[in-house]
Ligand binder design. Structure first.
Ligand code: PGA
Length: 229
C-alpha cells in the first residue's frame, strides 16, 4: 500500500482556524487513524503559529506546511520569510505554485527556494503545470534531494479553481513521465479535487495524493477528501 498525501492549500483566504480545527477533530473521531494517509495543512503565514498550537491541543494527526519561502537566506528583504524562520514551525513548504509563477516567480527563484528548503530540512511541495517546468529544476532536484525529501504536485492550469479536473488517466500519465525524469518522488495531483472525485486520482498507479485549494477551506469538505482518498 502506498502512502497518500492530502495537502490543504488555504491560499490567501480567511479561515477561522479554531472552528476549522475543532470541526475537523470532531469529524475525524469517526474514522480510525490511517497511518498511510499523511495530512498536511498549509495556512497563510499569519495563521501558522495558531494552527500549530491548535493541532497540538487537539492532538490532530496533521502536519504543517508554509505556502512560500524566501529565496534569500536573511537580510534586508522586506516582507520575506526565510527558511531559518520557518524551520521550527513547519515541515513542508509549497514552492512554485502557478499563482506565484503568474506573479512573476522565475525558475531561478524557484531553484533558490528549493535549496533553502533543503538546507533547513523542509520538504518542498514543488508545483508544476507542465513537464518543461521540471526540466529547469531537474539537476537541482537530483543533486540536492534524496528520495523522500521532495514532493511534486502536478497542477494543470485549467483545472485550478475551475471545477473541471484533469482526467485521472492523463494525470497518471503525467506522473509516469515525471518519475521517468526525476526518479521516484511522490507525485500529487491538484486542480478541482473534491470528496467525490479524490479516489479516482489517488487510485492511479503514479499518483500519491492530492493538493487541494477551494475544498480545503471548510473542514467538512476537506474531511470528505481525507476520508474518501
Ligand atoms: P483548487 O486549487 O483545489 O481550488 O482547484 C488547487 C491548487 O491551486 O492547489
Amino acid at each position: 500500500m502506498k502512502q497518500i498525501f492530502i495537502v490543504a492549500n488555504w491560499k490567501a483566504n480567511n479561515v477561522v482556524v479554531k472552528d476549522w480545527t475543532e470541526q475537523f477533530k470532531f469529524l475525524s473521531l469517526q474514522i480510525k487513524n490511517d497511518e498511510l494517509k499523511k495530512i498536511i495543512v498549509c495556512p497563510p503565514f499569519t495563521s501558522l503559529i495558531q494552527v500549530r498550537a491548535l493541532i497540538e491541543q487537539n492532538d490532530l494527526m496533521i502536519s504543517l506546511g508554509a505556502q512560500n519561502i524566501s529565496r534569500f537566506p536573511q537580510g534586508a528583504h522586506t516582507g520575506e520569510e526565510t527558511g531559518e524562520m520557518l524551520k521550527d514551525i513547519v515541515d513542508y513548504v509549497i514552492i512554485g505554485h502557478s499563482e506565484r509563477r503568474a506573479m512573476g516567480e522565475s525558475e531561478e527563484s524557484i531553484g533558490s527556494k528549493l535549496i533553502h528548503a533543503r538546507k533547513h530540512n523542509l520538504t518542498p511541495i514543488l508545483c508544476i503545470s507542465k513537464l518543461e517546468e521540471i526540466d529547469s529544476q531537474r539537476e537541482n532536484i537530483k543533486n540536492i534531494f534524496s528520495p523522500g525529501q521532495i514532493i511534486i504536485a502536478y497542477e494543470p492550469l485549467q483545472a485550478i479553481g475551475s471545477g473541471i479536473p484533469d482526467t485521472p488517466e492523463h494525470a497518471d500519465d503525467f506522473g509516469k513521465q515525471l518519475k521517468n525524469i526525476v526518479g521516484d518522488v511522490p507525485v500529487l495531483y491538484g486542480g478541482s479535487v473534491k470528496g467525490e472525485n479524490v479516489k479516482v486520482f489517488t487510485s492511479q498507479i503514479y499518483i500519491s495524493g492530492v493538493l487541494v485549494g477551494g475544498a480545503s477551506l471548510k473542514a467538512d469538505s476537506f474531511y470528505e477528501i481525507v476520508k474518501n482518498s
